[in-house]
Design a protein around this ligand. Structure first.
Ligand code: CUA
Length: 145
């Protein structure tokens, strides 16, 4: 085997291992769920904040030009939240910097991610996919009390 071939194989294997451990680290140590695409026949059209149990919420977010519905969400600290995200027009983004949450809002599709808000504070979420002239104003916040 050519030595450059061997180096390429070793480098590729090392990179794949790093990516694999990064996924495991984020899932188990940082408790960041990987986004999931949910196959539904029809997506939801109305936003909703559902309390399932103490400290357990389901939030149905609808992104649209150029707001999120709902724009402001209040939850108690220690809550685990399942975010369900869709879009009513074009592709938008959904990014909560402090929580490592980054999803796309795609028309006709529901994406889901679970994250836990342990500390009180205000967590901003923004659209991070360019979606038109009002893109830079598309944001909201989660108030954790
Ligand atoms: Cu919505 Cu950028």
């Amino acid at each position: 085997m050519d030595r450059y071939e061997l180096r390429t194989i070793v480098l590729t294997g090392t990179l794949l291992s790093i990516f694999f451990f990064a996924v495991l680290y984020n899932s188990y140590s940082r408790k960041i769920d990987m986004p999931t695409c949910i196959p539904f026949d029809k997506t939801f059209e109305k936003s909703e904040v559902k309390k399932i149990d103490d400290g357990l919420y389901e939030i149905y977010l609808v992104a649209g030009m150029w707001t999120f519905d709902p724009e402001e969400i209040e939850i108690p600290s220690g809550s685990t939240v399942d975010f369900y995200l869709t879009s009513k027009d074009v592709v938008h983004g959904f990014h909560i910097n402090e929580k490592g949450v980054n999803m796309m809002a795609i028309p006709g599709t529901i994406n889901k991610i679970t994250t836990k808000f342990e500390e009180a504070g205000t967590y901003r979420f923004v659209c991070n996919e360019f979606c038109g002239i009002g893109h830079q104003n598309m944001m909201g916040r989660i108030i954790v009390k």
